[in-house]
Design a protein around this ligand. Structure first.
Ligand SMILES: Cc1ncc(COP(=O)(O)O)c(C=O)c1O
Length: 419
């Protein structure tokens, strides 16, 4: 299992493979195998792109059938049967039952491109340039999305000034006791505050890369009301915690709010195939033809996978699965991990959970725990400020036995490190 070729030929920008320096060859459900046949349980799920696990048969069969029939694979934004099937499934099974009326924009197939498109249309419609983003938020690596991303290390890679975004306090930590909604209301109402009214507020309802930080329902509802009051668009970036991850198909459902614009990517194709979409309220869909385009904005296999994934969401009652497994993870972390040290903080919702070890004296402890997990056969990553939150992100369909096996590895790693 040589890694020489990667070390010799691949750019230094590579990252996850540094944490998991083996060569993977096969994967199924929540398990992965290396070329040498070593098996790993996957608690990372392609950073949230594999909510339905690796190679789920229900989706794979549809993809194989599609390829076998020589249907069109690359279609720019042409009308195709695959696109019709996906749009119909999205509208009939996801949007309409939730009373959501959105147009779907297909953009370049990365999350960051969806964020770019969302910001652009918000600016175009309102005629304003500013965006309010939130401290700890993560929205992608291209310049517009990066400007709205808090992380210092990522921002440092831009090489140019990142502008037109103001970062507002997210309700967490010290800011949890600070009324950030009232603060925003004040600066938006004060003509001498120095802030111009932004085009949009851009947020994750659960900050994922930011360290698994869930905004309270009441805060989300007040933010929606604040946007209405000041005529500011609300963009929910549901790229990581959408598609069921937070316990509902859309993460904002728990707050019973309707954003003006929603970005989705990662698990929307169901199979880890590249796809990103922007959901836009019809009255805001002021794009001119091709004004935001991209060669790969019509990945037909992703449409096929996405439609099959929406079927799976229903037929396999994934929402209920998430509920049950979420309760298991919550209990496991609260009873088995949190008591190991009073400085540990456990957070999470649905199938995204974090163990925050940032208050421990050893600042490298999260990395050491991740390494122990990997050595014991578990793929798991960190998030948060300086990577000090061990993040559990298994597929939503992970069998309970594997979930428990993975949690046992987590427990052994924490105990060995903190004991
Ligand atoms: C909330 C959120 N927005 C945007 C992105 C960027 O997506 P991509 O890496 O596909 O560009 C991510 C990626 O992790 C994300 O978590």
């Amino acid at each position: 299992m040589s890694t020489d070729v990667f070390l010799q030929f691949e750019s230094e920008v590579r990252s996850y493979c540094r944490s998991f320096p083996v060569v993977f060859s096969r994967a199924k459900g929540a398990e992965m195998w290396t070329e040498d046949g070593e098996r790993y349980i996957d608690f990372f799920a392609g950073a949230g792109a594999l909510n339905y696990g690796h190679n789920p048969d229900a989706i794979k069969n549809k993809l194989v059938e599609y390829l076998q029939s020589d249907e069109i694979v690359h279609g720019l934004d042409l009308f195709t049967g695959a696109k019709r099937t996906f749009l119909t499934a999205l509208h009939e099974k996801i949007l309409a039952p939730r009373g959501l009326d959105y147009r779907t924009q297909f953009c370049g197939p990365t999350g960051t491109n969806a964020v770019e498109a969302a910001i652009k249309i918000a600016r175009k419609v309102t005629g304003r340039t500013g965006i309010f983003s939130f401290q700890g938020g993560f929205h992608g690596m291209t310049l517009g999305a990066l400007a709205a991303t808090g992380n210092e290390y990522n921002r440092g890679g831009a090489g140019v000034a990142l502008g037109n975004v103001h970062f507002m306090p997210y309700p967490h930590g010290f800011m949890g006791s600070f009324d950030s909604i009232e603060y925003m209301d004040t600066i938006l109402s004060d003509s001498s505050s120095g802030y111009e009214k932004p085009a949009a507020m851009l947020l994750e309802t659960v900050q994922a890369e930011g360290g698994v930080i869930e905004a309270p329902v009441e805060w989300l509802q007040r933010l929606r009301a604040l946007c209405d009051k000041h005529d500011i668009l609300m963009i929910v970036d549901d790229i990581q915690v959408g598609c069921g991850r937070a316990g509902y198909f859309f993460s904002f459902e728990r707050a019973n709010i309707v954003p003006d614009i929603v970005t989705l990517s990662k698990s929307i194709s169901g199979y880890g195939l590249p796809m990103a979409i922007v959901l836009i309220k019809p009255e805001l869909d002021k794009w001119m033809p091709g004004e935001h385009n991209g060669t790969f904005r019509g990945h037909q296999l992703a449409f096929v996978g996405g439609a099959a994934a929406i079927d799976m969401w229903e037929t396999e009652n994934i929402q209920q699965q998430v509920k049950e497994k979420s309760e298991y993870i919550s209990e496991f972390l609260t009873k088995e991990i949190a008591p190991l040290d009073s400085k540990i903080e456990v957070r999470g919702i649905g199938m995204i959970w974090g163990v925050d070890v940032s208050k421990l004296d050893d600042k490298g402890v999260a990395d050491k725990i991740l390494k122990r997990c990997f050595d014991a056969g578990l793929i798991i990553e960190s998030a948060g400020r300086k990577g000090q939150v061990v993040k559990l992100l298994p597929s939503l369909t992970i069998p309970v036995a594997l979930l428990k096996e993975g949690c046992e590895i987590v427990k052994r790693a924490f105990t060995a490190e903190l004991g």
